[in-house]
Write a protein that binds this ligand. Structure first.
Ligand SMILES: NC(=O)c1ccc[n+]([C@@H]2O[C@H](COP(=O)([O-])OP(=O)(O)OC[C@H]3O[C@@H](n4cnc5c(N)ncnc54)[C@H](O)[C@@H]3O)[C@@H](O)[C@H]2O)c1
Length: 436
């Protein structure tokens, strides 16, 4: 396939080198003449293991060319990859000027020529950029319609500098955003021999996924360093601690605790976090990430209360009061905090939790819940059916099924789902997922 790559930086050059090796014909496009000169001679403008060799070999076969001219690049081209930079602007916001420049150049060339390549945007862009900035620009400047005259897809890159060729060859995943299914078929074809999970979705989701990855990486690094600071001050080798927490692939390095839902709580996480923060402050350690976790958690709780109060319900039902299913432990359950706040707003509550039995509560569990909810026994109902006498139901725990949710919605009861009950149509009137 003949592929033009706009932006011969790290992403563009690595992609070009690997695609050359796969037998494609590559035209590298960049306004920097020195880069074009290098590539025209089969030399790499960047230092990255394996790239120089791939470019040299590809150049010998005559399948590598470079140019500063958009028209030249788009002639007979089947795909045009956009790999230009999206750096920070002075206020920290994304600077899209290179994306807009190259999009404008491509659009004007399409207007004046017969070229109709599949356009593949690879630059990291905020959700909404492809749909609201790139497509209008392409259509206005070309006079053509995306999805009709030619296709555009958003295809984030996940390579890491230093191991970029290896990452291109064995990607953790291939993510493609498209406006309609089939738009990306030509792109999918070049990955036929690549062994990686393929995810096809809308533009905004694909754009967001790139950021979620980088935010998670940044969080993991800062987390590891803050834990290491605590360990060091306690005379513990932080590398050994990391070896062991990384070895736990059941609870730690796996999707558990990584899915959106509601605030954390229970008898361990808040207390242990507070203990470490107190320890750190006595040792004069600064741990901004760990310090902000309780604040972030509190914000989740306050936001839920705001969302419920907004509907001015007379009576609210709750499914689950303990911090998770199959336990009656309500110590620091975020749902107890929500219940207390709603009572404070003058809202009546009906709470169904099949495991919580007030007469059997004991010890600190009993003391804590009684402090927050003095007449717990009057709030609890013995069956799910009793929740139908409410205006709004908050599903705290995944202990109801889709049929039950549909029944409530049909009865005109608003449902706020924190537990991601499977099978519910997200667009049903009255249904709200906490983050979906
Ligand atoms: N570097 C990485 O490890 C990495 C990994 C994944 C994603 N990304 C994302 O990929 C994008 C590219 O990153 P990069 O590090 O390769 O950028 P880079 O700055 O190394 O390269 C960008 C290239 O685009 C060229 N360019 C600017 N305007 C152009 C135009 N109008 N036409 C053609 N070329 C033009 C520049 O001269 C430069 O050579 C960014 O959005 C980045 O966030 C980067």
């Amino acid at each position: 396939m003949r592929i033009s790559i706009f932006g011969m930086g790290y992403v563009g050059v690595v992609s070009g080198a690997c695609l050359l090796r796969d037998g494609h014909e590559i035209v590298g496009v960049d306004p920097v003449a020195a880069k074009v000169a290098d590539l025209s001679e089969g030399r790499s403008p960047i230092r990255e293991p394996g790239v120089a060799e791939l470019l040299e070999e590809g150049h010998k076969t005559g399948r590598l060319r470079a140019t500063t001219e958009t028209r030249d690049a788009l002639t007979n081209c089947e795909m045009a990859w956009i790999c230009v930079g999206t750096p920070s602007g002075p206020d920290g916001g994304i600077n899209l000027s290179a994306v807009e420049n190259v999009t404008g150049q491509i659009a004007r060339t399409l207007r004046d020529s017969k070229a109709r390549p599949l356009i593949v945007l690879r630059s990291t862009c905020l959700p909404g950029t492809t749909a609201n900035r790139v497509i209008p620009l392409l259509e206005n400047e070309s006079g053509l319609a995306v999805g009709k005259d030619f296709h555009l897809v958003y295809h984030p890159e996940f390579l890491r500098e230093g191991s970029a060729v290896e990452d291109f060859d064995k990607p953790p995943k291939i993510v493609i955003g498209e406006a309609r299914s089939g738009a990306a078929d030509l792109l999918v074809k070049i990955y036929e021999k690549y062994d990686a999970p393929l995810f096809r979705m809308g533009f905004n989701e694909a754009e967001m996924i790139k950021y979620s990855d980088n935010l998670l990486h940044a969080l993991k690094i800062t987390f590891a360093n803050e834990v290491a600071a605590v360990a060091r001050s306690a005379g513990v080798d932080a590398r050994r601690v990391a070896d062991v927490y990384c070895a736990d692939t059941k609870s730690n390095i796996n999707p558990r605790y990584l899915r959106p839902g509601f605030a954390f709580g229970g008898s361990c996480l808040p207390k242990d976090l507070r203990a470490i923060l107190r320890y750190a402050s006595l040792k004069s350690l600064r741990l901004p990430i760990l310090e902000s976790m309780l604040q972030s958690n509190e914000a989740q709780i306050n936001e839920l209360i705001r969302r419920v109060v907004k509907y001015q319900p007379e009576t609210v039902g709750m499914v689950g009061l303990a911090f998770k299913p199959n336990t009656d432990d309500m110590r620091e359950s975020p749902f107890v905090k929500v219940a207390k706040a709603l009572l404070g707003e003058g809202i009546q509550l009906r709470i169904y939790d099949p495991v919580v039995q007030p007469e059997r509560l004991i010890g600190s569990n009993k003391q804590q819940v009684q402090k927050a909810l003095r007449h717990l026994e009057k709030l609890l109902v013995g069956s799910m059916e009793k929740l139908t006498e409410t205006n709004l139901i908050i599903i705290n725990q995944p202990i109801v099924d889709v049929a039950c949710v549909r029944q409530w919605l049909d009865a005109g009861i608003r449902v706020l789902d924190l537990a991601d009950i499977r099978g519910v149509d997200r667009n049903t009137e009255g249904y709200e997922g906490i983050y979906w």
